[in-house]
Design a protein around this ligand. Structure first.
Ligand code: E4P
Length: 218
């Protein structure tokens, strides 16, 4: 499973990159706003900075919601850097635009996916990634992980090449459960990745090893 970090925070992206397990980055307009990145030039500049830190795919979301403008904005974003993946919302004009980008060889991430039906459409349109938002489904008392399982089943039935990018991951158990189900990618906060490190027996065991070493070497 690929690990993407879901943030526009450069320090956190660097930290995840330094761990050596990062495969890419996803951003969205809310995450950019959270970092105080506003205005077209600053946003473009920020995407370039992210691409310099990581080696993998960097999702950059379009703001436009009508077909012509999505195409224009997506093409501009794709030209910024070879790592840019154009993130397009799951709306009618978005699906049409994904088909256009796919035919042109431009990578896409179909975002704001909340149902298996939407995931089928994204795959049929040729999306590189489909992003089901599991945390936001959990928030409304709907099983987000079940959606990942449904999409996995459907994509396997038809050998769709679209990668399932489990998005809106909130914690480490989401990461592990997505891996069990067979999500191709997960995107979450740095804490969800670093949480994988933790086990109390590791800490207790290490403390004991070091104490025993000190006893014999002091
Ligand atoms: C997906 O790419 C989105 O950026 C993201 O995962 C949304 O997560 P949230 O529900 O935590 O905002």
């Amino acid at each position: 499973m690929k690990f993407f970090i879901d943030t526009a925070n450069l320090d956190q992206i660097k930290e995840a990159q330094d761990l050596g397990v990062l495969d890419g980055v996803t951003t969205n307009p809310s995450l950019m706003a959270k970092e105080g990145i506003t205005g077209k030039e600053n946003i473009i500049d920020h995407y370039k900075k992210i691409c310099e830190i990581v080696e993998g795919d960097v999702s950059a979301e379009v703001i436009a919601t009508n077909y012509d403008d999505i195409i224009k904005e997506g093409e501009e974003l794709a030209k910024l850097h070879s790592q840019i993946v154009v993130k397009v919302p799951m709306i009618k004009d978005g699906v049409k635009a994904i088909k256009y980008f796919s035919d042109k060889g431009i990578k896409t991430n179909c975002t704001l996916v909340f149902s298996a039906g939407q995931a089928i459409l994204a795959a049929k349109a040729g999306a590189t990634y489909v992003s089901p938002f599991i945390g936001r489904l959990d928030d409304i008392s709907t099983d987000g992980l079940n959606l990942i399982a449904e999409i996995r089943h459907i994509y396997d039935n038809y050998h769709f090449s679209t990668e399932i990018l489990a998005a809106s991951v909130r914690h480490t158990m989401h990461v592990i459960d997505c891996a069990k189900i067979g999500a191709d990618v997960m995107t979450g906060p740095l804490s969800s990745i670093e949480g994988l490190l933790k086990h109390p027996l590791t800490d207790i065991g290490l403390e004991k090893f070091l104490a025993d070493y000190r006893k014999g070497n002091s």
